[in-house]
Design a protein around this ligand. Structure first.
Ligand code: 2RA
Length: 331
């Protein structure tokens, strides 16, 4: 049995990756509907050897039988059209931050909090890319040694800003001024992702803090984040410092991580083996390395976590949520 699937934002970096992931994972599709702005309407896209024509997204787009709508078109589009789709009994899996912190919208990483997805009311939020790759290993640590505090330092690829970010990096290498970032990103780092908030954090840092707490179901967990844009095309890297409630043996930590589906442990520094953005591009797992005790704490760990921010950080996690709903009969 196949499903009727809509993709909103079909021409964007995540939208086109949805198609790649759906094809690779042989997702059961009977009907596929592609939506984008009027500018892209009429363009043709190949999927599984068939040609599809992109439609302009309108308020009537969901007046048809549709099981799932995968959104990646920005918060404004999600806010306007997700409720319309949801009212038409379409299950929306939204990549924007529009609904992530809404109480009645599950925020899902299938390896971490699958049960929460079962409570959906036709809208499910896909977390921020950097949060997704962080909570997969953090869940392993929390289940066994109970997390007491988390400090994130991120090194985020320009593809996190979509095609505009990639253009700014490539233009910057040619010496051209950036159009998307406030300063050149080529040969530079920007401690500035999204807008600055009242408390001095950026919105990206606030997302990591709030989303980590919601997904791990630890609303009072002390979390601190510094999110930095780096001149890397694909692949977010995160240095994570974790304080644990319980004592641990470092080999037990390594074993627990390596035995967890969705995690690949790359941790052999004596042979220069650790995760890097160039080693994860196009892959769907979360790669963990530099696992070591933080000797400044009674029970603390440092980890280095890398993942493809467009795949596991967005498109693949979204498709995995749909696969979860199908497995559990909650579509
Ligand atoms: C970024 N996480 O990297 C944000 C949104 N994708 O720009």
């Amino acid at each position: 049995m196949g499903y009727k699937v809509g993709i909103v934002g079909a021409t964007g970096l995540v939208g086109t990756t949805f198609l790649k992931v759906l094809e690779e994972r042989d997702f059961p599709i009977d009907e596929l509907y592609l939506f984008a702005s009027a500018r892209s309407a009429g363009k043709q896209v190949e999927f599984r050897g068939k040609t599809y024509t992109i439609e302009e997204l309108t308020e009537r787009s969901f007046d048809r039988e549709m099981d799932y709508a995968l959104f990646s078109a920005g918060g404004d589009i999600s806010k306007k059209y997700s409720p319309i789709a949801s009212r038409n009994n379409v299950v929306v899996i939204d990549n924007s931050s529009a609904f992530r912190m809404d109480e009645d919208v599950p925020l899902i990483v299938p390896e971490v909090n699958p049960d929460a997805a079962m409570k959906h009311k036709n809208i499910i939020a896909n977390p921020n890319c950097s949060t997704i790759q962080a909570v997969v290993p953090l869940k392993v640590l929390d289940d066994r040694w109970s997390i007491k505090r988390v400090v994130y330092s991120t090194y985020q690829a320009v593809s996190g800003s979509g095609l505009a970010g990639i253009r700014d990096l490539e233009d910057g290498i040619r010496g051209e001024e950036p159009k998307n970032y406030p300063h050149p990103i080529a040969y530079n780092c920007l401690p500035h992702i999204d807008v600055f908030m009242e408390n001095g954090n950026t919105k990206e840092e606030e997302k990591m803090i709030g989303e980590t707490r919601k997904i791990l179901e630890k609303p009072n967990l002390p979390v601190s984040a510094t999110c930095v844009r780096v001149p890397v095309k694909h692949g977010h890297s995160i240095s994570v410092n974790v304080e644990l409630e319980k004592e641990f043996e470092i080999e037990e930590v390594r074993r627990a991580l390596s035995e967890t589906p969705g995690i690949i442990l790359m941790d052999d520094p004596s042979n220069n083996i650790y995760p890097m953005p160039i080693s994860v591009e196009g892959k769907d797992e979360v790669f963990v390395g530099r696992v070591r005790r933080d000797e400044s704490l009674v029970s603390g760990l440092n980890l280095w976590i890398v993942a493809d921010n467009i795949r596991k950080g967005a498109a693949t996690n979204t498709v995995q949520i749909a696969e979860l709903l199908i497995r559990e009969g909650k579509n």
